[in-house]
Design a protein around this ligand. Sequence first.
Ligand code: FE2
Length: 329
Amino acid sequence: MVVVLGIESTAHTFGVGIATDKGDILANVNDTYVPVGGGIKPTEAAEHHSKVAVDILKRALKEAGIGFDRIDGVAVALGPGMGPCLRVGATLARYLSLRYRKPLVPVNHAVAHVEISRLTTGFHDPIIVYVAGGNTMIVTLVEGRYRVFGETLDMPLGNCLDTFAREVGLSHPGVPKVEELALKGKRYIRMPYIVKGQDLSYSGLLTYALRVYKEKKYSLEDICLSLVENAYSMLVEVAERAVAHIGKNELTLTGGVARSKILNKKLQIMAQDRGIKYKPVSPEYAGDNGAMIAYTGALAFAKNIVIDVEESSIRPMWRIDEVDILWRE
Ligand code: FE2
């Protein structure tokens, strides 16, 4: 068994987790930067991360009740994500690696969302719908890698709903607020529904929803209902085709939007229709967190995936399908 400390700093959350490759989560301490007006500014988020980093690290070690002597490796999410934010986590990881002579383990943030979902659902080989503020994709393991079976061509679903929420004056976090209003909506307004083969496009839908809002012809509730209906149905359509094509019998939802009641219901219905099992990642690990980096880092470390400090430059555009998943046979 190996114990790995993992650092998350790809976007708005700075987190430190401690986990074993057997799936014990010993610590998970996170702090999220909430932008005041406007979207997330990478430099401001990075500043937040550097301010809280040491405190979060100390709290994680305290929560786990262990010292650095018990840590076998230091994992860090090197990407994908925002450069200034990634640099904070990478710098801390390099320091800890050198200071305590612990191997450095590179972790892909998207792979970590997948692995924490597999861990908390107990699913062995699921098809994964990964939806967050920064990502929207459907993946599953094929020949040693998480291959993409559909993704957004422009903005992620979470970003689409968050931006809409912000522009119409709803407070952060946007997705639950938009859903709350959507559930009160009564009338569906026709909006763009853009699916291109297995890929999705959300920017046209966002622009349209905002235009309709400015025209003041419909209630905000009806606009939210229609926006959410299209955004989620597009995703479920693509996911269903992936399920039909791939032929696996487990489906999971991971990422920040995995807490969505409406999306969960839609995926549940689809899975039931197709006679497969459905379970989302457990809510406490839906959003970005240090534990998922630690756990994925532990899986990787157990397979000897380590890098030198010199090779630990950040990878803002690192795709999930570029990673060899050596811990799965
Ligand atoms: Fe994420």
